[in-house]
Ligand binder design. Structure first.
Ligand SMILES: [Fe+2]
Ligand SMILES: [Fe+2]
Length: 277
């Protein structure tokens, strides 16, 4: 299988003229399908795609990792560039009213558009809680069971409801799995359910043990050092061959991972391209 992974939007940018913004968008091109995984926070994904000479109308499907603004805020711009009807695979909870309550402030962090606006631009939502097969070797994870005892969701991530705020279980959190000859390639959005929970679920869904590449947001930005070390130990046990961290991984965790994984580690920022084999 031919596979190319290009990060269109991330918190930092590695190439001249590229835009960086808090968020993530990754383009996956294969001989089976072309998938846009998340869309960044606003205009950076489409701007950077243009600089790379990437024609977004060649995308077959969009997959959303979850309903936070920094992964969905680029939808409008991307849909305009795609210019035709396109399936968007996501969990129904992406439309929940998501907030962050931190340092005494309440901030809306959900999708910054009405569903009808996106549909008028060609979005055709395929909302499902389950793993969805996109092609022979590509699938979404669907809901990710939380089985490790050291991964959890921060209490400041909440839903706004009539009676006030309640914890957001982020059931919409999901990843993309590509089954290659070398093992699984797993693309993470924010990994709110935990990177290790995500990888265990990917193994379970595919029946494949080998995990070759992990790319994307590892959401260790607020993690204790203990959780970071337990995550690293599990990644080593899983035999991950290549680890490209982005976005919400956070500098302290990224620095430890860089040290621990050596050549297998890289910063995956806007403009990073990797391919398999
Ligand atoms: Fe995020
Ligand atoms: Fe998020």
């Amino acid at each position: 299988m031919k596979l190319q992974i290009t990060t269109l939007s991330e918190n930092t940018a590695g190439l001249g003229g590229f835009l960086a913004e808090w968020g993530l968008s990754i383009l996956i091109e294969t001989d089976e399908a072309n998938i846009l995984f998340d869309t960044g926070q606003s205009i950076s994904a489409s701007h950077n795609a243009e600089l790379l000479g990437i024609d977004l109308s060649q995308i077959d499907k969009i997959v959303l990792s979850h309903g936070h603004f920094d992964h969905t805020g680029g939808l409008k711009q991307v849909l305009r560039r795609i210019g035709k009807e396109i399936e968007i695979i996501a969990h129904p909870d992406i439309w929940q009213v998501k907030y962050a309550t931190r340092e005494g402030k309440e901030r809306y962090i959900g999708i910054p558009f009405h569903r009808q606006t996106l549909e008028s631009l060609g979005a055709r939502f395929n909302l499902t809680t389950k793993s969805t097969r996109i092609s022979d070797n590509i699938m979404t994870t669907g809901e990710i069971p939380m089985v490790t005892d050291y991964e959890g969701i921060e209490p400041y991530l909440v839903l706004k409801e009539a009676g006030g705020f309640k914890p957001d279980k982020l059931l919409d959190d999901q990843a993309l799995i590509i089954n290659t000859e070398l093992g699984l390639v797993v693309i993470l959005g924010c990994a709110h359910h935990g990177i290790i929970n995500t990888l265990y679920h990917a193994q379970q869904l595919t029946g494949v043990k080998a995990i070759h590449t992990v790319v994307g947001g590892c959401h260790l930005i607020d993690a204790s050092e203990e959780r970071v070390w337990l995550t690293i130990a599990a990644l080593k046990e899983l035999g991950v061959q290549r680890l490209g961290v982005s976005h919400c991984t956070g500098l302290p965790a990224s620095a430890i991972m860089a040290q621990e994984f050596g050549d297998k580690f890289f910063f995956n920022n806007a403009g990073t391209k990797i391919s398999l084999p």
